[in-house]
Ligand binder design. Structure first.
Ligand SMILES: [Zn+2]
Ligand SMILES: [Zn+2]
Length: 177
């Protein structure tokens, strides 16, 4: 979707994912009403008292002025410092039940697609296979139970879907209340 927003390499469609929505609210950083406002996480020790516009996220000014991060660096292993910086300080984060984490593939941070259920996941068998492997690792030995859980995704538990910025493969992790 192109609605004239700044482009975010690691979160290409923040309107569809729900992290940015149309709003008349003024940005607490630049004080402009841009028509768009950020709705998801921001971690800081400072008092913010409002929300940010996408432009103050993209140019890093919101993170710098309020000494915070949109996303924790949890999960961002094996990528360069510049990538960590771009994801945590110049990319819209997303809301999740558990502390959000960012997935990595092919040595680069992946692009966040959105929170999805089984229907959307079914279009990306490689992401489903990876979730199966993760569940097995977590001790879900019973295949029937595992598959039942996967097909129930979209209810109390959902999946956070990413797409590799290098090879295009989809990957996901499970988020639950
Ligand atoms: Zn702003
Ligand atoms: Zn890849």
């Amino acid at each position: 979707m192109n609605v004239g927003l700044p482009s975010f390499r690691y979160h290409p469609d923040p309107v569809t994912s729900g992290s940015i929505r149309a709003s008349a609210q003024r940005c607490v950083c630049c004080e402009r009403a841009t028509g768009w406002i950020y709705t998801a996480t921001f971690y800081t020790a400072k008092e913010v008292g409002g929300r940010f516009c996408p432009w103050c996220i993209a140019d890093g000014s919101a993170a710098e002025r309020f000494a915070g991060e949109f996303t924790d660096s949890y999960g961002l292993d094996g990528v360069g410092e510049d990538v960590v910086h771009e994801v945590t300080r110049r990319t819209p984060g997303f809301s999740a039940w558990q502390d959000p984490r960012w997935l990595v593939h092919c040595g680069d941070a992946a692009a966040f697609v959105g929170e999805v259920g089984y229907t959307e996941l079914a279009a990306h068998p490689e992401a489903l296979d990876q979730l199966r492997a993760d569940l097995r690792m977590e001790g879900w030995r019973d295949e029937t139970r595992r598959e039942r859980f996967l097909t129930s995704l979209g209810g109390d538990a959902t999946a956070m879907l990413f797409r590799c910025t290098v090879c295009g493969a989809h990957l996901a992790y499970i988020d639950a209340s």
